[in-house]
Ligand binder design. Structure first.
Ligand SMILES: NC(=O)c1ccc[n+]([C@@H]2O[C@H](COP(=O)([O-])OP(=O)(O)OC[C@H]3O[C@@H](n4cnc5c(N)ncnc54)[C@H](OP(=O)(O)O)[C@@H]3O)[C@@H](O)[C@H]2O)c1
Length: 307
């Protein structure tokens, strides 16, 4: 294990997190603070903080004047980015929740394609109602985001015969640039959304984009709610023209009286894509590796780009 010459102070949100992350390199001091309760002595010396599900970013960062690294446990960093100073490295939890989130996206898409909500209703009524449904064979899937989640969604759907088109920030072999999105939408049976929420993606799937999708297309969003214009989606799904699987909504939590709840073509889960039993194990493994890299003066992984 790497040893360091000076003491590095790492702040983690709970005693269980500290215990799960251990062992850490010699010379690393672990403090426990959840960002809400009274801070322990020495908190102002924190070099590396494991944040993400603790306190408000601005309040927490105000208590950590010497922090050099903010490590999140979420892949999404939209809430933190505006608060983290330019000279502080922000790292996200890419890889912790990706596969599980893609799994839920595929679950939702398949539920709609194979009419699961309808059959669950028939089961509740004790009715044996046989009818043919669609399948994924030859479905054209436009995956918005060619990263961790998008990659898993694509690979899983391909197994069942779907063909994949990727769109991402930068064009490369097999991936279209984002400015080609309008031309690609009319050919998409399924639009799977797996991009971060940022200035370019907020409201990207607006009324005009939804209108480009063919009749009966499925919009699956496991990324962030505000990427889609909710009112436009309500209009397109309540008319029956489009269908949707949403693990994320705008707003969240979705108010009890929101129209999305009652639209027959919409399947909703309450932002639980990454919420599986294994996520903490994966998170703490990543954090241990990051602390080791930081203590050894090595390049961190999952550094959020500042563009
Ligand atoms: N529902 C949940 O529980 C849950 C769980 C985890 C994550 N998420 C959300 O899912 C998002 C994606 O996660 P991930 O781990 O797949 O991220 P990732 O591996 O970093 O991949 C992000 C992809 O989005 C693309 N992208 C970024 N900005 C873009 C822009 N302005 N226009 C077009 N494409 C853009 C990137 O393009 P390049 O490849 O060209 O860079 C990349 O392909 C997260 O940011 C988070 O908000 C939700």
């Amino acid at each position: 294990m790497t040893s360091v010459n000076r003491v590095i102070t790492v702040c983690v949100p709970s005693e269980s997190a500290r215990d799960e992350i251990a062992p850490v390199p010699d010379g690393v001091r672990m403090l426990v603070w959840d960002g809400k309760s009274p801070a322990p002595d020495g908190i102002e010396d924190t070099d590396f903080v494991l944040a993400g599900y603790m306190g408000a970013p601005d309040q927490m960062l105000a208590a950590l004047p010497r922090v050099k690294v903010v490590q999140l446990m979420s892949a999404g960093f939209d809430v933190w980015l505006p608060h983290v100073p330019e000279d502080v490295v922000l790292c996200n939890g890419r890889g912790i929740h990706g596969r599980a989130t893609a799994e839920l996206a595929v679950t939702g898409i398949l539920a709609i394609v194979r009419q699961l909500p309808k059959f669950v209703g028939e089961q509740a009524a004790h009715r044996w109602t046989q009818e043919n449904s669609e399948d994924l064979d030859e479905k054209k899937v436009l995956v918005l985001g060619a990263g961790d989640i998008g990659g898993y969604i694509a690979r899983a759907l391909e197994v069942f015969g779907a063909t994949i088109t990727y769109v991402a920030r930068t064009a490369r072999d097999g991936v279209h640039a984002i400015d080609e999105l309008p031309d690609l939408l009319p050919d998409a049976d399924i639009l799977a959304i797996a991009v971060p929420l940022n200035a370019q993606t907020r409201g990207l799937i607006d009324a005009a984009a939804l209108a480009e999708l063919p009749d009966g297309a499925i919009v699956a969003n496991v990324a962030r709610g505000p990427i889609i214009d909710t009112d436009a989606l309500v209009a397109e799904t309540s008319s029956g023209r489009l269908r949707a699987f949403l693990d994320v909504t705008d707003p969240e939590p979705l108010p009890a009286d929101h129209p999305l709840w009652d639209i027959a073509n919409v399947v909703i889960t309450p932002h639980v894509g990454g919420g599986t039993h294994g996520w903490q194990r994966r998170a703490y493994r990543l954090v241990r590796e990051q602390i080791e890299r930081f203590a050894a003066g090595e390049q961190l992984i999952n550094v959020v780009a500042r563009d």
